[in-house]
Design a protein around this ligand. Sequence first.
Ligand SMILES: NC(=O)c1ccc[n+]([C@@H]2O[C@H](COP(=O)([O-])OP(=O)(O)OC[C@H]3O[C@@H](n4cnc5c(N)ncnc54)[C@H](O)[C@@H]3O)[C@@H](O)[C@H]2O)c1
Length: 263
Amino acid sequence: MTRAAATASDLRPLAGRVALVTGAGSGIGRAGAIALARAGAHVVVTDRDGAAAADTCAAASAAGGSAQSHALDVTDDRAVEAAIGAASAAHGRLDILHSHAGVQIQGTLEEVTVRDMDLSWALNVRSHFVAARAAVALMRAQGGGSIIITASNSGVQFDREMIAYATTKHAAVAMTRQMAADYARFNIRINALCPGFVDTPFNAGFEVQMGGRQALERYVATAIPMGRWGDAREVAEAIVFLASDASSFMTGHALVIDGGESI
Ligand SMILES: NC(=O)c1ccc[n+]([C@@H]2O[C@H](COP(=O)([O-])OP(=O)(O)OC[C@H]3O[C@@H](n4cnc5c(N)ncnc54)[C@H](O)[C@@H]3O)[C@@H](O)[C@H]2O)c1
């Protein structure tokens, strides 16, 4: 390989690959989708909010990447299966699935309703099951792929008054590890992404639970060894790493990116 070719593949390690991202209209999903496109993948950007997905798509294109977008609610099994099938049919393959959308419902056992526990399960576990199930069928046929399931550092530690979130995020990590063990022999790598506090709209509910932005800022400054929020772009780097051959011998891993919070 020439020096110039090596440099090009270093810059665009995902050239020629096709990715689909859920919940990519905001925050980490958005930053990850843009980073995947910048790394050379063609990215199918999806979000329940179609306009937000389109906005991410435009940002990915502006960054020099290739992307398309459409609305997708991950609680709609048929729609998830159809979106994954359509991405593969249109581009001849699906190399990367980043199943990212999730929900955080605060509260203790007595505060969380059964309905909200079901909703947490539907987004944080079931939707990943449905998406991964559709993707592995295609990836097996094409000889491999990389699936990234967004969990949380709440999937490897326990929070206070977060029964629905911590339970379902632990389940997402467990499911990722089980799937990884089953599908490694098909050259399909499956890893969990476990961010800590990343400053996105996702923390709005926790902010209320903490008693406002100032209290949340104090919490972040003291509870996190690095003393600050993560930036979505810092997590996006890890998404590209898990999607690419840079992590080629890594599967069933829960990659924690949390400024040391879970230490
Ligand atoms: N931000 C954090 O601090 C943090 C930390 C750990 C884990 N996470 C995980 O990351 C994911 C989202 O975080 P974020 O910071 O990117 O959030 P965000 O609020 O910035 O964006 C979430 C996106 O998901 C979309 N969405 C919500 N419900 C959906 C559904 N049913 N179908 C499809 N899309 C849907 C929203 O429209 C929104 O665009 C969750 O799985 C969450 O558990 C976030």
